[in-house]
Design a protein around this ligand. Structure first.
Ligand SMILES: *Cc1c(COP(=O)(O)O)cnc(C)c1O
Length: 404
């Protein structure tokens, strides 16, 4: 038989479609979906050995499953990390990271502009267990450094942020974390490994919501942590086995297949988003556009360096209005005038999604918190998909051109 193990040094595009477990004895071309909660052991001796360690054969679905392993291997190959571990959702992955790394008395530094549930998880849930979190500026590196304490164990950032696309300097934060003897984790949902690989810039861990661009078609929930084997295997895998935030095999399989088209989707959706953002900048009813691919973006150069020269697929913009109430009515008019794009709260889909952050994703914040985050009533976020760019523009123009 010829040797069919993958040679080293393959390009990421190749790994995105090829990295996986070897096929079963049937030689299936598309990776198999193993829907089983348990695994039959050949004998008691082998069973005893497998139950005593993780990663030596399969025992029970809460611990691991071959389809989940295939997903983990492909994602690790794309991020360029030694290993990865699946979790039930993106938030499940962040919970897993916290449970694995932190204990009572530990301190965390987080960007103030993180995903809303991430802020709640650290500020409310982990706080109950004696973990303290300082929330600092997304872009002011000095604020991160000043927040370091002897008990700081973890720095956690997300770039670009939702919905204003603020970009932080991953390498600078990695230096601060390592000087403090702490770990830097980066939530890489918005760029995905197709555009940004945080560990190449010094980050220790990468967090994913597989629900977003990795699946790319809005079908399932999934999450993962990518990083060195000593953390994934020795620290996080035992927590998954004990606590059960396990990734379902069906969801792992859907995202595994989604990753095969990740590279071309991100390229095409970023190109659509750039064209859309440039066009929005010229519209008289739009006062400001937030998109890292625009020269007007405050961290444009950093973003281009960090994100493979691409802005990603999320564009936000402010609709004009003389006060908050008018701005909100105008934003609602633009959103409600669309007939092609979807009004929804998620992102990372091939279908374009439009949302009003102030009343949806950020609706539970107080007006003061929203002001501090820069999320006004006229702000609209568009997660640009794969429809023809002229159809997306025309859909937005319906509302923009008919504002009172
Ligand atoms: C959606 C999202 C998450 C959470 O992922 P789920 O799969 O919804 O749990 C975390 N971080 C970012 C940046 C996200 O966009």
């Amino acid at each position: 038989m010829t040797d069919k193990t993958l040679p080293p040094g393959l390009h990421r595009d190749t790994l995105a479609v090829r990295a996986a477990l070897p096929p079963s004895q049937y030689g299936e071309h598309s990776e198999a979906l193993y829907l089983t909660s348990g695994f039959v052991q050949p004998d008691a001796e082998t069973a005893a050995r497998r139950f005593a360690s993780i990663g030596d054969g399969y025992t029970y679905g809460r611990t691991s499953n071959p389809t989940v392993t295939a997903f983990e291997q492909r994602l690790a190959a794309l991020e360029g990390t030694e290993a990865a571990i699946g979790a039930s959702t993106g938030m499940g992955a962040i919970l897993l990271m916290g449970m694995g790394l932190l204990k009572a008395g530990d301190h965390v530094i987080c960007s103030r502009s993180m995903f809303g549930s991430t802020i709640n998880l650290f500020a409310k849930e982990f706080a109950k267990f004696g973990v303290q979190t300082s929330f600092v500026s997304q872009t002011d590196v000095a604020e991160w450094r000043a927040a370091v304490r002897p008990s700081t164990r973890l720095l956690f950032a997300e770039t670009p942020t939702n919905p204003l696309t603020d970009v932080c300097d991953i390498r600078a934060l990695a230096d601060i974390a390592h000087d403090a003897g702490a770990v830097l984790a980066v939530d890489n949902c918005f760029c995905s490994p197709a555009l940004q690989r945080p560990t190449e810039l010094g980050a220790d861990l990468v967090i994913h919501s597989g629900t977003k661009y990795l699946d790319g078609q809005g079908r399932v929930m999934a999450g993962a942590i990518c990083g060195p084997a000593r953390l994934i295997v020795d620290v996080f895998a035992p927590v998954v086995r004990t606590a059960g935030m396990t990734l379902a095999p069906f969801n792992a399989w859907v995202v595994l297949k989604g990753m095969e088209t990740l590279g071309i989707r991100m390229q095409a959706q970023s190109a659509n988003a750039l064209a859309f953002a440039r066009w929005l900048e010229t519209h008289p009813r739009v006062s400001r556009v937030y998109y890292p691919g625009l020269a007007s973006h405050p961290q444009h150069e950093l973003a281009m360096r960090q994100q493979s020269g691409q802005g990603g697929a999320v564009v936000s913009f402010d609709v004009r209005g003389q006060d908050a109430q008018t701005a909100r009515a105008n934003a609602f008019h633009v959103i409600d005038s669309t007939r092609v794009v979807s009004i929804a709260a998620n992102l990372g889909d091939t279908k374009t999604i439009i949302t009003h952050p102030a009343t949806t994703s950020h609706g539970r914040l107080s007006e003061d918190q929203r002001q501090a985050a820069g999320i006004g009533q006229g702000l609209i976020r568009v997660a640009v998909g794969l429809e023809h760019i002229e159809d997306i523009k025309a859909d937005l123009l319906r509302g923009l051109d008919t504002l009172a």
